[in-house]
Design a protein around this ligand. Sequence first.
Ligand SMILES: *Cc1c(COP(=O)(O)O)cnc(C)c1O
Length: 408
Amino acid sequence: MRAGPVAERTSARADLVKRSTAIVAAALQELQRGELQRQRRTVLGFAAAGSASRPVLGGRPLHDFCSNDYLGLAREPLVVRAMQEAAAVWGAGAGAAHLVTGHSAEHQALEQELATFTGREAALLFSTGYMANVGVITALAARGEIIVQDRLNHASLIDGARQSGARLQRYLHADAEDAARVIDAAEGRAALLATDGVFSMDGDVAPLPTLAALARRHEAWLLVDDAHGLGVLGAAGRGALEEQRLTADDVPLLVGTLGKAFGCFGAFVAGDRDVIELILQRARSYIYTTALPPAVAAAARMALALSQQQSWRRERLQASVARFRRAAAERGIPMLPSATPIQPVVVPGAGNCLAASRALLQRGFWVAAIRSPTVPAGTERLRITLNATHEDAHIDALLDALVEVLAG
Ligand SMILES: *Cc1c(COP(=O)(O)O)cnc(C)c1O
């Protein structure tokens, strides 16, 4: 019997499925071979331990040296209670996007408080920092223009540039001279210059005053994504801009996340009223997504208030950073030039880095191995982060374990 057109189509589809299954399997094997496959570890809960709480993996509480909960606010009882009380009033979810019915008084109040905190006219909430960066960049740059970025910028800044249709040109990491070369070469077509404030995988801070001058001279927007600086740097926790004494005039667009030092979820961009209004009108990652739950906004309001009132959290964190660096130097552990809570130790080679991370885990310390493509191949690292709940003894114990593991 001759196969009819339907049978032929079916068999073609079966072929395609078979082929793509093989392609998927090959792609996974390739990742495995390069020791680049990522693995999730399931946190079973948190065990109370003094002022801190420790994540439990496989029945065992660990010392967390890799989360971004820098101020220890994620499980702070006042923040948790603010979320519970707001959930009782507002429910579990926002029910719609901000421009439909999802924008609540909690969101509105949080935006105003974020504008005040950052010294700007207005702030706009996004559901995540990733979406904030994509939204802001696509709202302000388009085909035919050029976007200038640091080579080590966060993936969301890069992806925003790709989605915008503008041409992305990158300069050498934290190199203001190279940034000047790139923006000069754009010959007036540079629409936007974007940089991390604190670099997420390195912990160093961008040369913001020079970048601000460059952006001003070329009449380009300057966007600083201070995901890891806000709440952490500066006496008031206003981040890399406070530390480097930059105003809203110098940096017209400031992006921050509520998921790191503020211990919650969500993100925002702050700027002058008109540019924020334009972003609200244009950013598809703002318009076409459900607003974050009002209870999360309420929790973030409490976290933002506590981060300002309880400066001891920042002071304790800075003391821990200083202690970590001193104690690491004493032990001969090579460090990167970082004065922030991000203190990476480079262990080149994906396999070596993974093995070091696993060996630390066996000793009770959770430190993630960061591999390509998050960082360039050959610069794999243990991304150690400090937080306000660490005690000196934990830091010393981590460093002693690290000496053993690196000698391993
Ligand atoms: C984490 C991070 C983001 C993303 O923020 P989320 O709120 O987690 O989506 C953006 N930029 C930088 C520099 C980050 O480190």
